[in-house]
Design a protein around this ligand. Structure first.
Ligand code: DC
Length: 229
């Protein structure tokens, strides 16, 4: 453990690998704060969508950043995300906003805009932070780094069930297509592409259920903490 007794855990991986579900459970278990950085990109994506801009209109998106304030707060332990003071936690969970988030997140200025907020949270708290570039860019000195992945078909199946449960009108094909498109955008972009940090531990959840995935991650974290991170 470092001399401030603070631990930062970075969890990166493609969409639908189970990062947020697992990270939330682990954060509650360890008493750490869960930070969902994808929600921040989604909030910006929502703003751009509402403004009627296309996700390709980079100069206008960059220009819009001066009108945007993103904050997070914790209500009964759950992260809520605020876009210019409005709680948009529910509104950002649609497939359209997912695509916008993926597109705006490729813009270096958008990434720079959110970097300070993400680092500040980790500087002040023990966090489990999930995203795409947490172990590589945002928290290169995180005590624990995990790259969580699964086959795209397994991820699509889970996402499909989740969306259907929420009453959204989607097909399995469209969800799989969306996942593949986002994998491509997120890993092929020039700015902070999705990739495992050199010192990340890889966890593949294709064949694991939620309980097994949580146990696998927990033992990696406990092991790292035992060895005096
Ligand atoms: O984790 P998520 O699906 O909510 O993220 C939405 C999009 O935001 C995702 O397609 C890529 C982007 N993202 C990113 O580029 N960097 C992060 N740290 C988190 C998310």
């Amino acid at each position: 453990m470092n001399n401030t007794n603070k631990i930062n855990i970075a969890i990166d991986g493609p969409s639908g690998a189970g990062k947020s579900t697992i990270a939330k459970l682990l954060a509650a278990d360890f008493g750490f704060i869960y930070v969902d950085t994808g929600a921040m990109y989604r909030a910006i994506g929502l703003y751009i969508l509402r403004k009627g801009l296309t996700a390709e209109d980079k100069p206008a998106i960059i220009d819009s950043l001066k009108e945007i304030e993103v904050n997070i707060a914790y209500v009964d332990g759950a992260q809520h995300i605020y876009l210019n003071g409005e709680d948009v936690s529910g509104l950002i969970r649609t497939e359209t906003v997912s695509q916008y988030a993926s597109k705006v997140s490729a813009i270096p200025e958008v990434r720079a805009f959110l970097l300070a907020l993400q680092r500040d949270l980790a500087a002040k708290n023990s966090v489990i932070m999930d995203g795409r570039d947490i172990g590589t860019v945002i928290l290169p000195d995180a005590e624990v780094k995990i790259f969580l992945t699964a086959a795209d078909t397994a991820r699509a199946e889970r996402r499909y069930k989740e969306l259907i449960e929420k009453g959204q009108d989607v097909t399995m094909e469209s969800v799989l297509e969306n996942i593949r498109l986002r994998d491509k955008n997120d890993s092929e972009r020039a700015a902070a592409p999705l990739k495992p940090a050199d010192d990340a531990v890889l966890v593949d959840t294709t064949e694991l259920d939620l309980q097994q995935s949580v146990e696998a991650m927990k033992s990696i974290i406990v092991e790292k903490m035992k060895h005096g991170v």
